[in-house]
Design a protein around this ligand. Sequence first.
Ligand code: GN1
Ligand code: MG
Length: 419
Amino acid sequence: MKDLSSIVAKFKVQGTVEEIKPLGAGLINDTYKVNTKEADAPDYVLQRINHAIFQNVEMLQSNIAAVTSHIRKKLTEAGESDIDRKVLSFLSTEEGKTYWFDGDSYWRVMVFIPRAKTYETVNPEYSNYAGQAFGNFQAMLADIPETLGETIPDFHNMEFRLKQLRDAVATNAAGRVAEVQYYLDEIEKRADEMSKAERLYREGKLPKRVCHCDTKVNNMMFDEDGKVLCVIDLDTVMPSFIFSDYGDFLRTGANTGDEDDKDLDRVNFNMEIFKAFTKGYLKGAKSFLTPIEIENLPYAAALFPYMQCVRFLADYINGDTYYKIKYPEHNLVRTKAQFKLLQSVEEHTPEMTAFINNCLLLWCQSIVKILVDAEEQTVINCIPHGAVRLNLLNACCVDSRKWIFLTFNRVLLKCCVSL
Ligand code: GN1
Ligand code: MG
């Protein structure tokens, strides 16, 4: 065991370190809570960065610096209070870096956010807040001036993840392929459909945006009153499809069982969580979402259990080289649980699509109502906005679309006449 206190001492901490103990349930980095003696000194979080996975630590930390300073600036501009609890702060070393290399491992220290909680499960109310928070997170980062690097290249590229699985099968390093043939077949049946995002991207129909890319429910900090404080675990913030953040939250937050549940009867997709989260997400992200992104949200809900199933299974076949495991079949148990979740998502797909269409309809109706009721000047002010909104209408079902277009056109016509 490393002398953790001497590592913490490399960073500019305030106060006297009293205790260092393990924290959290991450599968990649090692995380510790650092308590200080003095009541007025902050506590800290010490992390050993998994250097085998995050190979470019300099890029990793500079991405995080860009993201946290951009968010801090946005919160300040918006006149938010309590900003130190709404965005992470990393400490620097004497050399002015936000990480320390001890000759073997890379370490970093951030300020611990007091009176904040993380959860492994959330109720519909909290998932609604979480949806809005992840939508806001993406919205805040939409105009980040820096170009962020891919801290793990092709991280959420489904075609790449399938290739990794196929390579693992071909090598069969741990001799486990025969026992998992059923899952391999089920994965292959869906491979084409699940690679849809990459195809849409190549066709120029789907954008990449700055996303969090690890929106597990336990990567969100809540205040004592249930309001979201901030999003943590920023290692994978990088350009991706918005499906990453939407889908990975639902994979964890809407699973009625655990990610590695041995009892598959406990694993189901909770539609109440889905609905609440989706409403929140649409509210937070509506300023930039395009119809194709919205239309494919049910696909995103299936994509992430599927991708995780592929990743856990590849790791099992490779002999458990990536994820931390607690027992030898852990990655297989995880694969089975994610596959069960995927099946449940698939059963609910028509219901999800109907729900999203209905959200859009209500939303568009309210926009139209605002336009219809507005004073002439307000209507004129709304035009640039309206043009963007019109885009969204394409995502509505045909009947409602017809109605909205008619009303919308009337309103726009009225504006044009009066101009
Ligand atoms: C890893 O470290 P943690 O637990 O937040 C993984 C995610 C997976 C997740 C599965 C860098 O996240 O992509 O979805 O485990 N992170 C990395 O639980 O691979
Ligand atoms: Mg995490």
